[in-house]
Design a protein around this ligand. Sequence first.
Ligand code: ZN
Length: 196
Amino acid sequence: MSDALFEAALVAARDLHATHPDLNGFAAWPDDISFTPREAHLVPAVALLSDDALEPLPHTAPMQRAVQALAPQLEWRHTYTVEEVGQDFLNRYGWFELIGPTGHFQSSQLRLCISYWGAGLYYPWHAHGPEEMYFVLSGGAEFETEDGGKRWLGPGDTQMHLRHQPHAMTTHDSPILTYVLWRGEGLAEPPRMRAA
Ligand code: ZN
C-alpha cells in the first residue's frame, strides 16, 4: 500500500458496502483487490467537492471525507465530450474508479466509481452492459428510466439499472455525490449515449 489516504478510502468504501443491504446484496466485496499506482488527473469539479450543499448522512460521511481528502491524488475522468454534454457539464462533473479493471485498486470482480455532478445539470440518456447500483452519498438528483419514470434520490437512497437499460439524471438545486457499483460482463467499457 502506497498511501494511508488510499487505504482509508478503501476501508470507508468497504464499511459502507457492508452496512447497506442494497450494496452487499448487489455484489460481494471483491477478494482480488490490489493497489495500482495511477497518475493523478484533476478536473475542474474537484474544486467543488467541499461544497456545503454536499451534506452527508452519518453513515455516508466517512466515504465522502475520504474522497475529499484523496481528491488531489485521484485520476478523475470525463467519459463524455463537449459535443455530447456541453462545457458547463464538463466543468462541474467528474468521476474516478476506486476499484475496478482500471481503478486505483484493481479488481476484475467489481467496479466502484465515485461520481460528482454540480447543481442544475442534465445527464442525457445512456446505457451500458454491466448492471449498476447507484447509492447517493450526499446531495440529490432526479433519476429517470423509461419503465420507472422519474424518481428523486437523496442521501442513502439507491437505484439499480439493468443491463443496457437506458437511464438519465437531472440535478436541480443541489449537487450530487454518488457511489456506483457495476457487476457483470464488460466492467471496463464506457457507457454510451443513446442515439437521439
Ligand atoms: Zn449508468
